[in-house]
Design a protein around this ligand. Structure first.
Ligand code: COA
Length: 184
């Protein structure tokens, strides 16, 4: 794994949206509608969006919504040339920390059935496949795999999270999630 010093996880800002959308257009088959990020950042208080910054550049981004006791990961993407270097894991760990901070108890997401890399990433954090939505993606009719975390407060989930984050040796990424995560 090659990681770049000086990379930080930060809240997404309005000024980041064009670069986020450029990454999104490159790595997703169907990007979100043009104004979606601006609307989300301005009005959706149940959402959190983050970016991975390296100086003036954005390497990746992610977001989630809290819906009751659940957090739904709505998006996660890493710039194509920087994929496979651990940044997806950094972003996902940061999203889980935010889900916890927002009071969510479980985290869920949908992923394309063919997306082995993403499924592997989520399984690494203890997520499990709990269902399949046939033809969920309207652009090409692909099925979605539905994945869920265990309770964020379950000892096994906590232990796995700590192990996974400890394995992320990322110089300069900024403060890791609190060591007591996710205790409540
Ligand atoms: C999915 C995505 C966010 C993962 O981010 P990433 O930075 O590429 O992933 P990481 O480098 O953190 O690797 C995560 C895991 O996948 C593995 N992996 C990464 N790239 C891989 C590849 N090309 N083939 C096989 N495994 C791979 C890594 O080894 C790692 O597993 P490990 O910790 O057990 O070693 C990124 O690939 C992406 O943006 N894809 C396009 C958008 C997308 O599909 N988003 C998810 C929608 S649900």
């Amino acid at each position: 794994m090659v990681l770049i010093a000086g990379v930080v996880v930060d809240a997404m800002r309005e000024a980041d949206v064009p670069e986020v959308q450029a990454i999104e257009r490159d790595v997703f088959l169907t990007p979100w509608p043009r104004n979606a990020y601006y609307r989300e950042l301005a009005h959706n208080h149940a959402a959190r969006y983050i970016v991975l910054r390296h100086g003036p550049e954005i390497l990746g981004y992610g977001g989630l919504w809290r819906v009751g006791e659940e957090a739904h990961v709505t998006t996660i993407g890493v710039r194509r040339p920087d994929q496979g270097r651990g940044y997806g894991a950094v972003l996902f760990a940061a999203l889980l920390t935010r889900a916890y901070q927002m009071g969510a108890r479980w985290v869920t997401l949908e992923v394309r059935a063919s997306n082995d890399v993403a499924i592997h990433l989520y399984e690494g954090f203890g997520f499990r496949v709990m269902g399949r939505r046939r033809g969920y993606y309207t652009d090409d009719g692909e099925d979605a795999i539905v994945m869920w975390s265990d309770s964020l407060h379950a000892p096994a989930f906590k232990a796995r999270f700590r192990l996974r984050v400890a394995a992320l040796t990322i110089p300069g990424v900024g403060p890791p999630p609190p060591v007591e995560y996710p205790i409540r």
